[in-house]
Design a protein around this ligand. Structure first.
Ligand code: PEP
Ligand code: MN
Length: 359
């Protein structure tokens, strides 16, 4: 069986969009139960409670999760409040413990998806079960790796599959913790329209302010769910404190989401898809311009140290000629590119003047 043949009906047991919420990490029984109680009291439709029991941390000496004791708390959350439960598994031991504790949904984290040995080990450990498994995109923007992980699970007979878009890491400092790179997730969606795609704005943003707009953008292009980290006391969270929100804030966020029917009309969805891709590119254009200005600043320093003039006509002529030639190759108007480069040059001169003024 191929991934494209999967009919993922598991998600239709949940209201649209599927909301998965709960703390980044399970910390204590009282933290889990209080978060769950307040999620329920908020009145929002949240069917699935998440909590990380084992935490893959980039650096050593961080909090690596409470371990199996947390599974008992997760069970209590289900028994007392009726949530379905979800946790991350990264090896066969985690899978066995999570199966023993009857966790409803398992997910494979971004740092595990990159490792085919680990994914295969997890798939083998799941063989013969009918668990629902969600695969987060790998930390690096590699669609094949993401698909490969799902194929390994399918190969082990797991049919209830979903994908989570949690953004991609980048060396550049940006407003995102992990840049969304919508193009990759939308390529995934195009290739596998029947595999539910869930957005994780928490790990994309890394802060609280961007969550709502990332969640909305995802729903606009037809995602079927959101996973949002929610904590009874976010500021005191043992992991990912800056991006977690309270159950009450989550309820407001969910209430303000404009939910579309899963089957939006073709042209609407296409329009939204293109708009999302355009914002992705705009983000990159701005990011590149800011990198360019940072370099201009460094050049300004060198010129200042060596008493050179800021404006060097030959150099500028070469830059413009190169840009115009590139414009021709890509079929864009020369006039347009000249205008843009004139504006860039003006800004670059300003930046360098500022450097000289403040030296
Ligand atoms: C998480 O969901 O808490 C987590 C560790 O996510 P990711 O694998 O996306 O970093
Ligand atoms: Mn987290």
């Amino acid at each position: 069986m191929e991934l494209t043949e999967l009919k993922n009906n598991w998600i239709s047991q949940f209201p649209h969009p599927l909301v998965i919420a709960g703390p980044c990490s399970a910390e204590s029984e009282s933290q889990m139960l209080e978060t769950a109680r307040r999620m329920q009291d908020s009145g929002a439709a949240i069917p699935v409670f998440r909590a990380g029991i084992w935490k893959p941390r980039t650096k050593p000496n961080g909090f690596e999760g409470v371990g199996t004791i947390g599974l008992a708390w997760l069970k209590k959350v289900r028994e007392e409040f009726g949530f379905k439960t979800a946790t991350e598994v990264a090896n066969a031991h985690h899978v066995k413990a999570a199966l023993d504790a009857d966790v409803d949904i398992l997910w494979i984290g971004a740092r595990t998806t990159v490792n085919p040995f680990a994914v295969q080990e997890i798939a083998d450990a799941l063989h013969g079960t009918q668990k629902t498994v969600l695969v987060k995109n790998p930390v690096n923007p590699d669609l094949a790796l993401w698909i490969g992980a799902l194929e390994r699970l399918l190969g082990a007979g797991i049919h209830n599959l979903g994908a989570i878009h949690r953004g991609f890491s980048t060396y550049r400092k940006t407003n995102y913790r992990n840049i969304p790179n919508w193009q990759i997730a939308l390529d995934f969606k195009n290739q596998f329209p029947d595999i539910p795609l869930i957005v994780d704005p928490s790990h994309i943003c890394g802060n609280r302010t961007g969550l709502a707009s990332v969640a909305q953008e995802a729903l606009n292009v037809g995602y079927q769910g959101v996973m949002i980290e929610t904590h009874s006391n976010p500021d005191a969270a043992w992991s990912d404190a800056r991006q977690q929100i309270t159950p009450e804030v989550l309820a407001v966020l969910l209430q303000n989401l404009k939910v579309r029917s899963t089957r939006v009309s073709g042209f609407d969805e296409e329009l939204e898809r293109y708009r999302t891709l355009i914002s992705d590119l705009d983000f990159q254009v701005i990011d590149l311009l800011s990198q360019r200005m940072n370099i201009s600043e460094k050049i300004g320093l060198i010129k200042s140290d060596h008493n050179l003039t800021i404006f060097q006509p030959d150099r500028w002529k070469a830059v413009t000629e190169y840009a115009v030639r590139k414009a021709e190759e890509t079929g864009m108007s020369q006039d347009f590119i000249e205008k843009i480069f004139k504006a860039i040059h003006e800004q670059s001169v300003d930046v360098q003047n500022n450097v000289m003024r403040t030296k």
